[in-house]
Design a protein around this ligand. Structure first.
Ligand code: TRP
Length: 427
């Protein structure tokens, strides 16, 4: 009967009152069957997922109290008192005191546990809310783009956004395949990333087609307006903003002329399908013509014809200028090797391309592009509206020099240029 009553109490929905009821019940009905009660409660706990800590604690308190009472009852003086005052009174007195004590202890314990639970829940909700879902779409792997990505992730971490802690990164590499770009863009949008970074113009164009809502941050996009990504570099006007890696092409051609005083025929090598290159080639052509150079332009359609197109171009010119072009960047060792066979130098526009066999280039630090991109990502996460966030220009052009390559080709670098140059590659 005792057991049934107990189970009835426990069968009530679990709340503070219910637990206290149970405790009271035990205190009142304090008897040798206590162990049995605890066992039955344990069974109920298992089906109701009640934290067993509560039961263990009061079971222990009861055991201790049982001993104290026994001791007192065994004590002769107390034994007399017990008999004189009529044992039951004493027992009741003890029971009440014990009950109050137990309730106080368990009450505090219970409230503490509840608070702990609440705090833990709050922490979980807070971190879930603060976990940023960052999508990244990169056109392909080449040293420049891989360095941009590295700069992005490392700067995010320095600013407190770390993968596995409060940042979830969905990185997609399209391996230079247009259909991959389309599929990966929709995936990044469907998976509800908070913000998406586009590394390269083709990747960002694919993202722009996939979403007009999720902020898209451009990482090293040469001509974002001309590529049709944004309306204006100061006021993009849509969900896209970010960093441009544009370099002063005019200055680059001027330096080439300074290094190669006999230069009259300049080749320009680029990829016909890359929007970023088309605009740079136009600029290079204009500036070179202004400087009195004869221009020969050769376009590749993909990595497959790079060798052959470079060969035919190299046979007709004294030097080759290469814009910031993804296909050429990924095949730079081949381009450099072919040019070397014709004993001419390649002058690219990115540090990594100079390192990969170019002679000299006025370019932007690729790692810095990543760093700047991370800063824009954080700005937008903090509430900046991409539509009103002006494009960042990565930095002033830095002269990158591959000294060894220059020596191999017998190209003398004037001291004033060498002084300013940052040495790279040398392989
Ligand atoms: N600017 C290129 C684009 O708009 C991407 C890019 C960044 C790049 N850094 C580069 C290409 C270095 C070649 C080399 O697509």
């Amino acid at each position: 009967m005792y057991k049934i009553k107990f189970n009835k109490i426990l069968a009530k929905p679990l709340d503070t009152g219910c637990i206290l009821d149970v405790l009271l019940n035990i205190v009142h009905r304090y008897n040798p069957c206590l162990l049995g009660e605890v066992v039955s409660m344990w069974k109920i706990k298992r089906t109701r997922h009640i934290d067993y800590k509560y039961y263990v604690v009061f079971f222990m308190v009861i055991q201790v109290n049982k001993r104290i009472i026994k001791k007192r009852v065994n004590n002769k003086r107390v034994q007399n008192m017990y008999e004189n005052t009529g044992g039951f009174k004493m027992k009741n007195k003890n029971g009440i005191m014990f009950g109050v004590l137990l309730l106080a202890i368990l009450g505090v314990f219970f409230i503490k546990e509840k608070n702990k639970e609440k705090i833990n829940q709050e922490i979980v909700v807070e971190t879930q809310k603060n976990e940023v879902k960052l999508g990244v779409l990169q056109l392909l792997s080449h040293p420049a783009l891989d360095t941009i990505y590295k700069g992005l992730i490392e700067e995010l971490a320095r600013q407190g956004y770390e993968e596995g802690k409060n940042l979830k990164i969905d990185f997609q590499n399209a391996q230079a395949d247009q259909s991959n770009l389309v599929a990966m863009s929709s995936k990044l949008v469907e998976e509800k990333n908070d913000i998406i970074v586009g590394i390269t113009t083709p990747a960002t164009l694919a993202l722009a087609n996939a979403t007009k809502e999720i902020p898209i941050i451009m990482a090293g996009i040469t001509y974002p307006v001309e590529a049709g990504l944004i309306a204006d570099e100061k006021v993009p006007g849509n969900n896209i903003t970010g960093v441009s890696d544009r370099t002063p092409i005019k200055q680059q051609i001027e330096i080439m002329k300074e290094i190669l005083p006999n230069l009259t025929k300049l080749g320009i090598l680029y990829t016909s399908s890359e929007d970023n290159s088309i605009k740079q080639v136009e600029e290079a052509k204009k500036n070179a013509t202004d400087l009195g150079l004869e221009i020969k332009i050769a376009a590749v359609s993909g990595t497959n014809d790079v060798q052959q197109v470079t060969e035919s171009l190299a046979s007709e010119v004294q030097a080759i200028f290469v814009p910031i072009d993804n296909t050429i960047a990924s095949t730079m060792p081949t381009v450099a090797k072919v040019a070397q066979e014709f004993k001419i130098g390649v002058f690219p526009s990115a540090d990594t391309m100079v390192a990969d066999g170019g002679v000299l280039g006025l370019g932007v630090d690729q790692y810095q592009i990543g760093v700047e991109t991370a800063k824009v990502v954080i700005e937008v996460l903090n509430g900046a509206d991409p539509a009103k966030t002006a494009i960042t220009l990565a930095n002033e052009g830095i002269i990158y020099l591959n000294e060894r390559k220059a020596q191999e080709l017998g190209i003398e670098i004037p001291a004033n240029i060498k002084e300013k140059a940052q040495i790279v590659g040398n392989k």
